[in-house]
Design a protein. Structure first.
Length: 255
């Protein structure tokens, strides 16, 4: 890291340093020592200094994803702006599926902490992963990371209306259709819809946008999964609370 700092303007040095830290941060026992020695700050600085370089972005996001796999670091990483660096990299390299995978994986890990969920949405992390999903909907790793990240974010009551307002539900529905055989995507999509439908303000818009039919299709595709069934039925139960949804729900055959 000292060498990388001394030659912060050299893109080749930054590439090698970020790739090395990505590999080092994979080991569980390395994560906290690396954080304490400022590895995350070095990655953030590299992304900022070399914003146009996809190789730096990919390795830096991968390193931050690996560091964020430690529960002990979630809050500290967000406090220090790791999510903002990841978001900037994902936006700058929107066409790169590899950057999208690592960036969305990092945000997924960070969103695992309850204390991070509202700050992440407030700072627009949800719009970053939604955009990545739309750009790479055919990639199962991106789809899985994004659906799981949105599930985590939807746990926070304050996030539910902003998530629907910004199209989280439609992006997840598209992912569920594109990967109808993937259990993780199905489970996360239905669980997120169940959470989003708790908010009264979301219930009619969700049905208007077809969330009920998407949930039903996922449940049918994974008929043997009790977990998918539980979340899909929970979503339909929440949607049925709104008077304006009762007729459309029956008309669509959800009963």
């Amino acid at each position: 890291m000292a060498t990388a700092r001394a030659h912060a303007g050299n893109v080749e040095v930054a590439r090698h340093a970020c790739a090395a830290l990505q590999n080092l941060a994979y080991a569980a026992e390395n994560k906290i020592p690396l954080f304490c020695d400022g590895a995350h700050a070095a990655m953030i600085a590299a992304v900022q200094a070399h914003a146009g370089d996809a190789e730096v972005a990919r390795a830096a996001c991968g390193a931050l994803q690996n560091l964020a796999a430690s529960d002990s670091l979630h809050v500290h990483l967000v406090r220090d702006g790791a999510h903002k660096a990841v978001m900037a990299a994902a936006r700058a390299h929107a066409s790169s599926v590899e950057v999208a995978r690592y960036a969305c994986g990092a945000i997924l890990n960070l969103a695992g902490a309850a204390a991070n969920q509202v700050p992440l949405v407030r700072d627009g992390a949800h719009t970053t992963v939604i955009a990545a999903l739309r750009a790479h909907v055919g990639d199962v790793e991106v789809a899985r990371h994004v659906c799981l990240a949105l599930w985590n974010m939807s746990v926070a009551e304050d996030n539910r209306v902003p998530l629907v307002r910004d199209g989280a539900h439609t992006a997840m529905m598209a992912a569920a259709r594109a990967h109808d055989g993937n259990m993780e995507v199905a489970r996360a999509a239905c669980a997120t819809l169940q959470n989003l439908a708790i908010a009264a303000e979301n219930q009619v818009p969700l049905v208007r946008d077809g969330a009920h039919t998407a949930g039903l299709a996922v449940a049918r595709a994974h008929a043997s999964s009790v977990e998918v069934a539980r979340y899909a039925c929970g979503a339909l139960r929440n949607l049925a609370v709104a008077d304006g949804n009762c007729v459309p729900l029956v008309r669509s055959g959800v009963h």
